[in-house]
Write a protein that binds this ligand. Structure first.
Ligand SMILES: CC(C)(COP(=O)(O)OP(=O)(O)OC[C@H]1O[C@@H](n2cnc3c(N)ncnc32)[C@H](O)[C@@H]1OP(=O)(O)O)[C@@H](O)C(=O)NCCC(=O)NCCS
Length: 139
């Protein structure tokens, strides 16, 4: 898999990938999520492809204190082949280079199956509760 930055022609394929991976939600407009990322830290919006086909994505970020990863996805027919791990290793390198000391990842409670994947990469559950407040509604 080749990992590179997101380019505008990738948009539809990326949204299809997120849908196939059950990462879209009615309250998050994927086009607006992409627009915001393209305006802010676009260098941390990664796309993984094999040949012509986009099979993976991830939106990473660094706020000067912690790093984050959202929309980590590997297309269903390419899962279990090491691509997710490869994408995470790429993100860890990029964030380390920026001086980021720790990555925090939010996992939907309905998706706790993915914990096994992160545990395998030495991510551990923190003793925290994640809370949020919507500032800009997408709908
Ligand atoms: C999570 C996801 C990105 C993982 O990508 P992947 O390419 O399938 O994972 P990999 O093949 O790189 O797995 C790497 C290792 O983790 C292990 N692993 C993967 N999923 C696992 C799971 N659910 N439980 C335990 N271990 C798991 C693999 O066995 C592999 O271990 P190995 O190196 O010892 O063989 C992918 O399954 C996905 O896109 N899921 C849907 C979207 C999603 O939930 N995203 C995360 C949002 S927080």
């Amino acid at each position: 898999m080749e990992i590179r930055k997101f380019n505008e022609p990738d948009r539809e394929d990326i949204i299809e990938l997120w849908k196939a991976c059950n990462l879209t939600r009615p309250w998050n407009d994927p086009n607006k999520d992409i627009d915001r990322k393209v305006r802010f830290q676009p260098d941390l919006f990664f796309v993984g492809s094999v040949g012509e086909k986009i099979i993976s994505s991830a939106m990473a970020g660094y706020d000067g204190h912690r790093g984050s990863v959202f929309y980590l996805a590997v297309s269903p027919d390419s899962q279990g082949l090491g691509y997710g791990q490869k994408m995470m290793e790429h993100i860890e390198k990029a964030l380390t280079k920026l001086g980021c000391p720790k990555i925090n990842i939010v996992i939907r409670s309905s998706n706790d199956r993915v914990l096994g994947f992160y545990n395998n990469m030495a991510y551990a559950k923190d003793d925290v509760v994640s809370i949020g407040k919507r500032l800009i509604p997408d709908a």
